[in-house]
Design a protein around this ligand. Sequence first.
Ligand code: C2E
Ligand code: CA
Ligand code: CA
Length: 727
Amino acid sequence: MAGLAVGGLLFWSTSAADRLALERQTHIVSSLINQNVASIANDQESFTVWDDAVLRLRARPLDLGWLDSNLGIWLHTYYGHDAAYVLDPADRPLYAMAGGVRGRPEDFDRIRAVALPLVAELRAIMRRGDARLPPGDLSPGVVDILIADGHPSIVSVKPFVPDNRALATARGTEFIHISLERLDGGFLAGMRADYRIDGARFSWRANVGPQERALALRSRNGRAVGYFIWTPFAPGTTVFARLAPVLLIALLVVAALVFKLVRRVSSRTRQLHDSKAAAQHLAFHDSLTGLPNRALFDDRLDHALAIYRGTAQHRVALLYLDLDRFKKVNDTLGHPAGDALIREFGRRLQDVIRITDTAARLGGDEFAIIQTEVSSLAETEALCARVIAAASEPFVIEGSQVFVGVSIGVALAGKDGLDSTELTRRADIALYESKSQGRGRHKLFAPSMDEPIRARQAAERDLRAALEADDQFSVCYQPQYSARSGGVVGVEALVRWEHPENGPMPAAAFIPVAEETGLIEPLGEWVMAEACRAARDWPSSTVSINVSPVQLRNPHFANRAIGIIGEAGVDPTRVELEITETALIENAEECARNLRLLRAFGIRIALDDFGTGYSSFKHLREFEVDRVKIDRTFVDKIDMRAGGSAIIRAIIDLAHSTGLQATAEGVETEEQRSFLEAVGCDELQGFFMARPMTADQIARLLGPAAPADVAEEAAPPPRRRRGDAAA
Ligand code: C2E
Ligand code: CA
Ligand code: CA
């Protein structure tokens, strides 16, 4: 009787322990798979959202060594990705890495069939431009579990986008990065070693041995790609098997043993709980810093918001942190140094928060803090100050001192019942704001921060519509005068936009949006075609056309411009392109190639807004320009009581000594005009002589087309007239 009771009790407790173990293991396995799916995209973002990457991919020849150590082999050694590919804007493979070895771009053919649909989906998302990013993600992406190259794999596709708005590309034509992680290789080994998942293996079918369990790996559309199979840890059965013979022999002393056995089984169960807790810890914490990872952070945030929703006196503050200059540390001192810095910063964060707050590492150099029970804003500001102080202390890495800093974006939730998506969106916007206002500070979200985003979206939408509508843009022309003779020698083409609701828009308001969105390319080409057509019917005067840095870094720009000028039938030597120094600095190579081609064709180049940017005379020589346009801020400051302007004198002297011509823009007074004439400025442009006017008005000003050798300076000098022909 007692034997039966003991046997029954044993059976009950062992199978309960086994069931519990199986449940936990299934949960761990599936959450590990989900986590891997999420983390691949995060890993990619540590370099796909990066000016440097965008610039390097555009540069030719490709720097394969750099690709290896940033986008390819490094991904294998550091994150364990099994393969990586880079596609150009036309989906042609540029780079391939498999198993930690660089391959040939054509290797992409192995996964082409499964990858291209994901790439096409991503490009469609990029083109629409309305992707709602999951919190913490910096760019849209597409990820799926698929059979790639004969292996079940996580395939994640991300666009290369700049972290700086000025570098934008036409949407949908980004370079693309594809990362693969096989679910039948290193991933299984990791399961076995790190999470003690015995006998972990992959199988195409769900047939399992008597001790095994199977979990389907499903793609997004729910299709089972294969099965993850393992032998569940059965602690109860193990105990039972060991004790059975002892039990038979010692049946007579059962009464004494029962007590002991039950205790032993329950302690085993406790151990099991402990080892599961360790595995859980691994699954929900960042391995570098030991801080909660994104999964646990999301969970804690939802939890905190649920608790404080509706309480009037307490709020939850969310702080998004981003280390300043971290990329530089990583680039100059190497990834291990970067890791050491991240680890130390994680330690410092834990020292500055309260025990009830959560500090988490969201990936790369991004951290977040959830501050609960906030009763006044001052508490949050004090926390920000502590974090900033902690980050500005020097970090001692490999014996040398490294200085970074941290930028913080803060958003608060209270009785307004914000959900975590909205709260993280706000913190993210505040972080962006804080970074753009100079680093090392914190910024609290304010509704006004949303406005520029909305206004920009509206401007972009209207610009696209305007380009299609075809009657909202026009080009006007501002005459340029010879300082010596006072005759008109050229015109500058300036685009005008008549917004259907808001009326005329200043160029300075919409050109930057057009540049960010890539719309400047079609717009600029339209202006060029329009201006060249108009100029064909005029006498030999020059037509100057503004060219954005965005256009100039396109390797096809020169060819397109030559095509447009040829089609319009205007003599290329009458065309001058106005470029800025920004273009020379940011895309020196592409820019120089374009300029060489254009000049070989007889087109002249003017350096616009000279004096406002880098103002390096080095550029004048290196890039072979023909003219400098002295920015109007200098003309504005001409003060005859102080002898005019020493800077203008210096610019003109240097220009002449390098064989360049100088044009002054923004001439508004007779005083300015006569000073500029006296110091030898070649050409003048400004409201004092003439405002921008329509093509018809220019035609009347210039008179009928005349042979080039006769009409060097076509119109009588309107020297002392305050021209306002456009009015
Ligand atoms: P910018 O190239 O420096 O063009 C000269 C600007 O100064 C024009 O303004 C012109 O109307 C204005 N201006 C001329 N004389 C005077 C003066 O005496 N006093 C003052 N206060 N202003 C004067 P706009 O047309 O509003 O253009 C602003 C900027 O927009 C241009 O500066 C140029 O950077 C850009 N932009 C205009 N059209 C185009 C275009 O077709 N393509 C590109 N890429 N940029 C353009
Ligand atoms: Ca200009
Ligand atoms: Ca200018």
